[in-house]
Design a protein around this ligand. Structure first.
Ligand code: F6R
Length: 646
């Protein structure tokens, strides 16, 4: 069976693909392969020549290699490295330089001899760049060629910085960065205008010259481009598609990044599948969209003519399948996310988990101070209105996402306030001047001074309080956790620590919630949501033996960047036009975040627009499937707490 599946997949997947459930498993698998190669070469008395990548994707690989070095004696004495790329111009010491990245993540922690490290040099004078690129290619050749090339993939399909238009025969050169790439990097540089326009990168031919190429991708944000590279035609529009020509290339993905491959989007077109409930729902929604009909109007012919004969055969008739999926989806809809009070219950009502507890203690975890309202503002207001005790825990301060000019405005206000009421004007003026001087001299991307970080944190707290008030949540139910992993003052965060977990566990113990909401939205630009979610999952895992946890139901929301796939939705909370407008007003309270949604996406929609578009799209989908027609719908998935995955 496995072999059969492989043969069928190769019709669609043109590069061998390995999928691991978790990002960590991907990093470990890649690191293990690299470590094995280093050891084999050592036994052969040879150097191991590695082509290395930067970016958020390979950080886990480097962390694992460092661990192998420290704990299992993996030596890098025989390793020679060539990095793929560097921004141009770029000072090696700059916070955003790839040189600094490599030192921070790998080179400073292992025993690699300095002279065996090679990176394109972002400080090369412009008229010497071309010659330095030729020298770089020569150095790779002289080292015996690349044994192993590690790659990430950009949303433009770039590998290295081979942006669309990079040909099969391109070699190391200076390249102009694509607008999407610069937009994606804007967060790291505190604004797109600070992102260099050019970079030096190995070419497609340089990469394909490696004896082994491994491209890794993590997260749902990469899923569309991965599918293009793996299943689409080879073309210079997606440089990664050239890997299809390499005899020893492999793509290693976590489940989220693999999600748009045919084997997951519509596996039934590839061959027989096991029909479990979620897959049936997925197939029926897919079919309804393919033939543009509501579920209850799908016919036997529709199933037969669109690769779903097996499903039809199993159920006997379209009528049966249609009814099953229709009711299944319909029963996810509720205007009472916390359950109904006894006096409102009707005999035919669906039984929800924890139904008999009313009112409930609800704890909403919001990674940044605005994710709660962006992602589940409608549900939040309903919960408060329906009499539940709603608390919101803001996991990180979000100070990093406040512009200096906003901080300046608040500082000015604070000093006029002090002057107005004669509150120690000298002291306040002095503090303000110090901060103004700091901001004036600050380099792009430089870490904020401690006091400026505090001001920015306060700005976001104030906004969260205003939004909470708007949603009917009293200030004393807002908890600002300031998890320490985030507070580095720079874009790069610390790994999750016991302190983060302690803080989370303490709040959970104190609250003993009946209902928890957490952000399962993992596509945020700097990975903060992922870490915040891990803190919650790990805390819950440790608290699972407690009595109160038995009655606790955990829901995951998504919002700012992505919506749940419809087949995964367990609870759908409809919003009226009025509620949608109130939600928008709550998002507006986060004034400092205006314009911030533009950074990671190529479009220029604001957070409130993204949230509304997505909530409306879910409502439209329900309508097209023949369910009730709502203005907007917020969707939730229940976490059953068996793994740390979603
Ligand atoms: C970095 C590089 C790029 C990245 C790509 C993905 O050396 O060459 O191709 O691999 O931009 O970046 P992340 O991993 O940050 O999504």
């Amino acid at each position: 069976m496995e072999q059969m599946l492989d043969t069928m997949l190769s019709a669609r997947e043109r590069i061998p693909v390995a999928v691991h459930e978790e990002p960590l498993d991907v990093s470990r698998a890649v690191a293990q392969e690299i470590a094995d190669l280093i050891r084999t070469r050592k036994q052969q008395g040879r150097h191991c020549v590695l082509g290395l990548a930067t970016g958020s994707t390979p950080t886990g690989v480097y962390a694992e290699l460092v661990r192998l070095h420290r704990e299992e004696g993996l030596s890098f004495q025989n390793v020679v490295t060539f990095n793929l790329d560097e921004y141009y111009p770029m000072d090696a010491e700059a916070e955003q330089s790839y040189r600094r990245f490599m030192d921070d993540h790998l080179f400073d922690h292992v025993d690699i001899p300095a002279e065996q490290i090679h990176m394109p040099d972002g400080t090369t004078p412009l008229d010497e760049v071309a010659a330095s690129c030729v020298a770089y290619e020569d150095a790779i050749r002289k080292a015996g060629g690349l044994d192993f090339q590690l790659l990430g993939i950009g949303r433009t399909g770039h590998v290295g910085f081979n942006e669309p238009g990079s040909g099969r025969h391109s070699v190391t050169r200076l390249i102009t960065l694509d607008n999407v790439t610069r937009t994606d990097a804007a967060g790291d540089f505190f604004g797109k205008n600070n992102v260099p326009r050019r970079a030096i990168t190995m070419g497609v031919a340089t990469i394909l010259g490696a004896r082994r190429v491994v491209l890794m991708a993590l997260g749902e944000g990469k899923a569309p481009v991965v599918a293009h590279a793996v299943e689409g035609n080879i073309s210079d529009v997606i440089a990664a598609s050239f890997l299809q020509e390499h005899a020893n290339a492999q793509v290693i993905l976590d489940r989220a990044a693999a999600d748009r491959l045919t084997r997951y989007t519509c596996p039934w077109v590839l061959g027989p599948v096991t029909w479990e409930d979620r897959l049936i729902r997925k197939a029926v929604i897919w079919l309804a969209q393919c033939v543009d009909k509501p579920i209850l109007k799908l016919t036997d012919e529709d199933y037969n003519e669109n690769h779903l004969q097996d499903l039809l055969a199993e159920y006997g008739s379209a009528y049966e399948i249609n009814l099953h999926v229709f009711h299944d989806l319909n029963s996810t809809i509720t205007g009472w996310p916390g359950g109904k009070p006894a006096y409102r219950k009707l005999p035919g009502d669906r039984k929800w988990p924890g139904d008999d507890i009313h009112p409930k203690r609800v704890l909403v975890f919001s990674p940044h101070p605005d994710d709660d309202v962006i992602s589940m503002g409608g549900c939040l207001m309903r919960l408060a209105e329906q009499g539940h005790e709603v608390h919101v825990a803001y996991q990180v301060s979000g100070a990093l996402a406040v512009f200096d000019e906003d901080a300046e405005r608040f500082l000015e206000f604070a000093s006029s306030y002090n002057e107005l009421f004669d509150i120690a004007p000298d002291v306040s003026g002095e503090i303000r001047q110090r901060m103004a001087r700091f901001m004036a001299e600050k380099r792009p991307g430089q870490q904020d001074s401690g006091e400026l970080q505090l001001i920015k944190r306060e700005i976001r707290r104030g906004e969260a309080r205003a939004a909470g008030k708007h949603c009917g949540i009293p200030v004393d139910r807002l908890h600002f956790q300031d998890l320490p992993f985030y507070d580095t003052g720079t874009v790069r965060k610390n790994p999750l620590s016991e302190d983060d977990i302690d803080i989370t566990m303490r709040l959970l113990e104190q609250m003993r919630p009946h209902m928890i909401f957490a952000a399962g939205d993992l596509s945020d630009p700097h990975g903060t949501h992922r870490v915040c979610l891990t803190a919650i999952f790990e805390s819950l895992r440790r608290l699972a033996p407690k009595d109160w946890y038995e009655d606790c139901v955990v829901w995951l929301y998504r919002g700012a960047w992505q919506e749940w796939e419809p087949e995964r939705i367990d609870m759908s909370v409809p919003l009226s036009p009025g509620e949608l407008e109130r939600k928008r007003m709550a998002i507006f309270k986060h004034e400092s975040q205006k314009d911030k949604a533009m950074f990671p996406g190529s479009d220029s929609r604001e957070f409130w627009e993204r949230a509304e578009d997505r909530n409306r799209a879910t409502a439209r989908l329900f309508d097209r499937l023949g369910l009730a027609e709502y203005e907007a719908v917020e969707a939730f998935v229940r976490w059953r707490g068996t793994t740390t995955s979603l």
